[in-house]
Ligand binder design. Sequence first.
Ligand code: 5RP
Length: 325
Amino acid sequence: MTLAWQAAALRRALPRCAVPLRRSVANGQFSAAAPVPGAARLPAAAAMATVATAGLACLAVAAPKRPGGKGPAGMDARQDELKKQVGYKSIDDYVRSGMVIGLGTGSTAYFAVERVGQKLASGELKDIVAIPTSQRTKEQAEKLGIPLATLDTHPHLDVAIDGADSVDPSLNLVKGGGGAHFREKIVEAAAKTFVVIVDDSKLCDGLGPHFPIPVEVVPFCHEHTARVIESLPALKGCKPMLRLGSAANNKRDGDKPAVTDNGNYILDLHFTAPIKDPRAAAQQLKNTIGVVEHGFFCNMASVVLIAGKDGISEKKRRQGWFSRL
Ligand code: 5RP
């Protein structure tokens, strides 16, 4: 595990309202060699436990929520800024005039789409044709005047850019938190380069417990399909839950089954332990009748841009230590 992945794991383990202290831990400033000053002169583990207890209490009473937001306002603002930085950088670094590009879906991809619109408007980019991966992204792109097409007329993309819900150290991804993973996968598989854009909260040591795996299924006999999935050997221990409310997130924000852009349902597979072999899990899901597409994106990312407090880092597939994992 690299320092970035370790730091991300620590940050997740600590409560959100203890941001300054959590940053110190994630930065490696809490250690036997470099204890924190004054009253906080505790061994790292004890300090973390204290912070966790205090944090839980203050989360309950003090954390303001953004309207429709996912967490405390401070955390969201920081995360939104990281998403914007990495979204903009992906376009600045990977998109050139004349390209056919895939536009992802979600709150990070939103900023990449925004940047394409800005650069077309300013004339910095010309002759772009974009393939959107969802109805939402299509609507955003149309508002920005981005020329759109489909895979039917443009089957070969120069680059596709999209967010992810989880990224493991081998750059396997989980996608589909926004319910668009079928269209994302068909578009991103057609791209020469697939650029993944995330903030560092998306890094994990193993897929599964970090974020439930979305699986798009046909509505017909979906309860039966859920039971078949639960019994797949590579998915041992998973608990499938039918997504209710909006398909665009996995929070229960309604009572009716969420319906995707393709008219299907979504099962979110919950895990308590990391999935040992994501590729086998992906294969077994793919072979299951009733499954349209699953949210494992194994061996697809060409590069992952990761935004964190120290800036944006870039991890390429099959380079350096990644090739050994
Ligand atoms: C949508 C996706 C998104 O890329 C993924 O959910 C990440 O979204 P966000 O950038 O909002 O965290 O797969 O289906």
